[in-house]
Design a protein around this ligand. Structure first.
Ligand code: M6R
Length: 615
């Protein structure tokens, strides 16, 4: 949520680095953006524009953009509507300071009132301007240096933040701080970079420090990076080498990141299984399980917490874990779990699923479960993000950076890890027959090839999408393992095409949603050859009897459903438990092509942001 980028050096101009960085971070928020530069004449210029980063660039075309020190921000509005006034950076009253901020200052109203009572004036409706005004007020009143003023101000603040702040009277210093909102510092040769993730930094350096909660980074030209606490204790630097290349965060010839990421899935899953599945011995090994065997094997219950698409992956995980391991599993929306005083004990294992590893609700659910003694297992994509650091152990899905706001490859990566986890635990608990274990492992290893085959339906789905662009509503139906796939298909469509869509267990249709069906209603039904085939086929007949338009996802060679459905999309055969990995692909493509046909902004749909770091 919101993107932060900063640069301080002497050899390079800051503006091009900041603009490029903002474009890389635009997926985090894109309703307005802005940049603050310490110009070569020592002035502090702030330029802001509503809309995308390209609007900011156009606005800056005739402005003074020179200087080798600056900060920039792309916003996803929390306090105050999207506008150039509310966009960051924000000046302090004297215009000596400029700040950018991700997160929410919860007690901003109270602080603002105090400052107004002291005579300060505010330009924007944001909590961020309150913070910079508070810092300046403390700095001036107590005659403090910027670092100390930041430390004192952060003591008074309740909430979450990642900030970067400049003081034009000290153009050789950039200060950044974090609490519950990610911040990465890049260390170059006599220069420093700041990012809300590593993507704006990796072009320049692979040496980074991920700030921990309560850390403040002081980047001063001519000196080493210094990290201190709010209480000014100097902290040791944990410099890491980032393993991300530029190709991974560029479109590589595809018109959108989402399409690129859909097509990457075969390779992503190969990477996800690499080193974990041994094809020669048909064995799955997850190091997280070896290291924490007792905790995991003795679990009386597993609670999966997640949001959005990750929650859908969790529903599939529940079926896998219960089927193979015979452990009761609950799947919870993290946002609900954290606030409903749940029963959690030391006998529970919590699995936290998150692509970004930064989702605020999921992090809060983890903290709550930890306080109650549960053992926490994270399944995340973003390396070094907050959730993997907050959990006791975990498994990265290793599908590479996901930039499109609509999650695609992370979903299949999560389901793949959950399958490997269920197999490993079941094997260790003795709840799966060896022959079944081997069958699933063998089939899992050929899933990437089968996804490649499924991707060949792309053109067919694109044609289909043109037919259905008129629709105001869509229904998605599935049973068993396919029910969460139906939910996921509906979520994909609504978030990028803005068409209302609902996912339902197919058998539930007659308990209500069937009333919606008429000749305008497209119904996507996952009707592959599995234990529920005949029952789902009957559901399709019920829809057709009411003139609904059925798009059926069927197993290759199915002629029976082809006779009654309006369109069929064929999938290669696989085991029922692995069907979500195939059936989700045409649904991702359908959502993508409908959104393209409707002229929507596929990668940056309205009102959304990639990583939801506020609750
Ligand atoms: O990063 P996370 O997996 O924790 O994110 C959870 C949801 O915000 C995310 O899946 C969201 O629903 C996506 N936009 C879905 O495409």
């Amino acid at each position: 949520m919101c993107g932060i980028v900063g640069y301080i050096g002497t050899k390079r101009e800051a503006y091009p680095i900041l603009i490029k960085g903002l474009k890389r971070l635009e997926y985090r928020g894109y309703d307005s953006s802005g940049v603050a530069l310490i110009n070569s004449d020592k002035s502090l210029s702030v330029y802001k524009a509503k809309g995308k980063v390209s609007e900011l660039e156009a606005y800056c075309a005739d402005k003074n953009i020179d200087g080798t020190v600056g900060i920039a921000h792309t916003r996803w509005a929390t306090h105050g509507e999207p506008s150039s006034t509310n966009a960051h950076p924000h000046y302090s009253e004297s215009k000596n300071l400029a700040i950018i901020h991700n997160g929410i200052i919860e007690n901003y109203a109270e602080i603002k009132k105090n400052l107004i009572d002291k005579g300060l004036k505010f330009q924007s409706e944001t909590d961020t301007e309150v913070l910079v005004q508070l810092i300046e007020y403390i700095q001036t009143k107590k005659d403090l240096d910027l670092l100390t003023a930041v430390q004192v101000a952060l003591h008074q603040v309740i909430g979450a933040y990642a900030i970067a702040i400049l003081d034009k009277r000290h153009p050789d210093t950039l200060i950044a701080a974090r609490k519950q909102s990610p911040l990465v510092i890049g260390i170059g040769d006599g220069e420093f970079f700041v990012g809300s993730d590593a993507s704006p930094i990796i072009e320049f350096t692979d040496q980074v420090v991920y700030l921990e909660d309560g850390n403040i980074a002081v980047m001063k030209l001519g000196e080493e990076l210094k990290v201190v606490s709010i209480l000014n204790e100097e902290l040791s630097l944990n410099v890491k080498t980032v393993d991300m290349n530029l190709g991974e965060i560029e479109k590589g010839g595809y018109p959108h990141f989402m399409l690129k990421e859909i097509f990457e899935q075969p390779n992503c899953l190969i990477n996800c299984m690499r080193g974990r599945i041994n094809i020669d011995s048909d064995r799955v090994t997850l190091s997280a399980i070896i290291d924490n065997r007792d905790k995991l094997l003795l679990a009386k219950r597993i609670v999966i917490v997640a949001c959005g698409t990750s929650w859908h992956a969790g529903l599939i995980g529940k079926q896998l874990l219960e089927t193979f391991c015979r452990i009761p599993v609950e799947v919870e929306y993290a946002s609900e779990f954290r606030y409903r005083n749940p029963v959690v004990t030391k006998d529970d294992v919590m699995i936290a699923l998150s692509q970004s590893g930064e989702t605020a609700d999921t992090l809060a659910a983890i903290e709550l479960a930890k306080e109650n003694g549960a053992f926490i297992y994270g399944i995340c994509n973003a390396i070094g993000s907050s959730i993997p650091r907050a959990t006791h152990t975990g498994t990265y899905i290793h599908v590479g950076p996901e930039i499109g706001v609509a999650s695609t490859k992370a979903f299949t990566g999560q389901v793949t890890v959950l399958t490997m986890l269920a197999l490993t635990l079941a094997d260790a608990r003795g709840t799966i027959k060896h022959s079944d274990y081997v069958k699933v492992v063998k089939e899992l290893t050929v899933i990437p090839e089968k996804i490649k085959e499924v991707l060949k339906v792309n053109e067919q789905v694109a044609d289909l999408a043109r037919t259905f662009t008129y629709a105001q509503n869509f229904l998605y139906l599935g049973r068993g393992y396919s029910f969460p796939v139906a939910l996921e298909g509906a979520l994909k469509l609504k978030e990028i095409s803005y068409i209302h869509a609902e996912g339902y267990p197919a058998a539930e249709m007659k308990h209500g949603p069937i009333a919606l069906i008429d000749s305008d209603m497209p119904v996507v039904v996952i009707a592959t050859h599995n234990g529920m085939y005949e029952k789902v086929r009957s559901n399709i007949q019920e829809i057709k009897a009411r003139n609904g338009r059925v798009i059926a996802i069927v197993s290759k060679g199915d002629t029976s459903i082809a006779k009654i459905a309006d369109s069929v999309i064929e999938l290669p055969d696989t085991l029922e438990c692995l069907e979500p990995l195939l059936a989700t692909i045409p649904l991702q493509l359908l959502a993508y092509h409908v959104a393209v046909c409707k002229g929507k902004d596929v990668d940056q749909p309205r009102n959304l942001a990639k990583s939801v770091t506020v609750e």
